[in-house]
Write a protein that binds this ligand. Structure first.
Ligand SMILES: *Cc1c(COP(=O)(O)O)cnc(C)c1O
Length: 407
């Protein structure tokens, strides 16, 4: 008899996006002519930068000839890409990271989900609420979350509520935690931490021998000074943090798939017999065992985002979405709504008026305005009373949707 990993059946079905799809489909059936604008998506809509497409074509042609053909590459990524990452994402910002601390992958979802493999089940895990669902669900699958409760919270996870009362800055937990997931700029709230606010967490980790898992997937969207682009800008972080980056939101790689994880050689955690073990060594072991590397062609496409042309094209993509974000933020404000985010991130976190529920407000937006947003409750209990608008749509649709709010 074969047995399943029972942790999987404890996880409530991810009902957020399927429920949205169901309600949109029903509205469409009842109103076949409705011009529905989707502002709930977390996916980009603009095509890849030309520099990346050109690099893929060149690489594909190399794969055509036996002299230039490449089979299995290094699991951690080719040196050409790891060196470009070091130079452009870290050295240029004055951060000292070495190429063997970079692990190239097929994206940050895999890495933030898989990182749990190298940590013991006895760790106490803290997660901001609301959050990107991958952190909670993968800890549940691994058996580190305990049991789901009626409130929507897992018994063994420590939730760090981010709400209007703390201006979306998570407070240090009352009980000691060992692993902390932070995502800044944040999905779904679009908010950020200043250097000082992130320093509080790095200092906590240093004092409590905790590890911070820092998801910086939206780093390219930062526009304000004093918002750290990398946790390694904070003194001492190289001893306590792992950082996740992605080309998905930055350069439109959501369907092309490339990201990377930075595991400094100085980050350690304890073995059961009290020995300090390098997490870089463990992650290398994990990746070389379970992962066979990102496609060569895709790594060339990622490398091309760091060329002169590539950088300009990536900047243009980010600027386009951030102009959408400005339009959404200002239109929602003009309509009398209270909004957060949208300044350093492509998400606008909007308080529902008169404290109505996030699904109720979702239905109102759908039925009255033909606009699809994302109910905040889908990102965790503290997301109730909010909806998320995404700036990843086209300019035309963004303007059209916002015009409907004026009425
Ligand atoms: C989109 C997103 C990612 C990136 O995922 P990929 O697998 O690289 O496409 C990671 N973290 C957060 C919070 C995201 O929203």
């Amino acid at each position: 008899m074969a047995y399943i990993n029972d942790n999987f059946i404890k996880i409530p079905a991810t009902y957020l996006f399927s429920e949205i799809a169901k309600r949109v489909a029903q509205h469409k059936t009842e109103n076949p002519n409705a011009d529905i604008i989707r502002m709930g998506i977390g996916d980009v809509t603009l095509p890849l930068p030309d520099a990346s497409v050109d690099a893929m074509i060149t690489a594909a042609n190399e794969q055509r000839k036996s002299e230039t053909f490449r089979g299995y590459g290094p699991e951690q990524g080719y040196d050409f890409l790891r060196n470009s990452i070091v130079e452009n994402d870290f050295k240029s910002c004055g951060i000292d990271i070495e190429a063997d601390e970079i692990f190239v992958s097929d994206g940050a979802k895999s890495d933030t989900g898989n990182i749990g493999d190298i940590f013991g089940l006895q760790n106490r895990v803290a997660i901001t609420d609301p959050s990107y669902p991958v952190y909670v669900d993968t800890n549940a699958m691994g058996g580190r979350a305990g049991e789901p409760s009626a409130s929507g919270q897992w018994t063994n996870l420590v939730y760090l509520p981010c709400n209007t009362a703390n201006n979306f800055v998570p407070e240090l937990p009352y009980e000691k935690v060992d692993i902390i997931y932070l995502c800044y700029p944040n999905n779904p709230t679009g908010t950020t931490l200043t250097k000082e606010q992130l320093t509080v967490w790095v200092n906590y980790a240093r004092e409590n021998n905790a590890i911070i898992l820092f998801d910086a997937a939206y780093e390219a969207y930062i526009t304000e000074e004093n918002v750290p682009h990398s946790i390694f800008e904070i003194e001492g972080a190289k001893n306590v943090a792992i950082e996740f980056r992605s080309f998905s939101k930055t350069a439109g790689f959501t369907g092309t798939r490339c990201g990377y994880t930075v595991v400094p050689k100085s980050v350690t955690a304890l073995s059961e017999n009290g020995e300090k073990v390098s997490l870089n060594r463990l992650w290398l072991r994990r990746q070389t065992t379970k992962f066979n590397g990102t496609s060569y062609v895709v790594q060339r496409a990622a490398e091309a985002t760091y060329s002169l042309e590539g950088k300009k094209q990536v900047r243009a993509l980010v600027d386009y979405y951030m102009e959408n974000a400005r339009i959404i933020r200002e239109s929602l404000q003009a309509a009398g709504l209270t909004v957060y985010g949208g300044v350093n991130a492509p998400y606008i976190w909007t308080k529902t008026p008169d404290g109505i529920g996030s699904w109720e407000y979702f239905d109102y937006m759908l039925k009255e305005k033909n606009i699809v947003c994302t109910p905040g409750a889908g990102f965790g209990p503290a997301g109730e009373g909010f909806v998320r608008f995404s700036a990843f749509g086209s300019r035309e649709n963004t303007l059209k949707a916002m015009k409907r709010l004026e009425k």
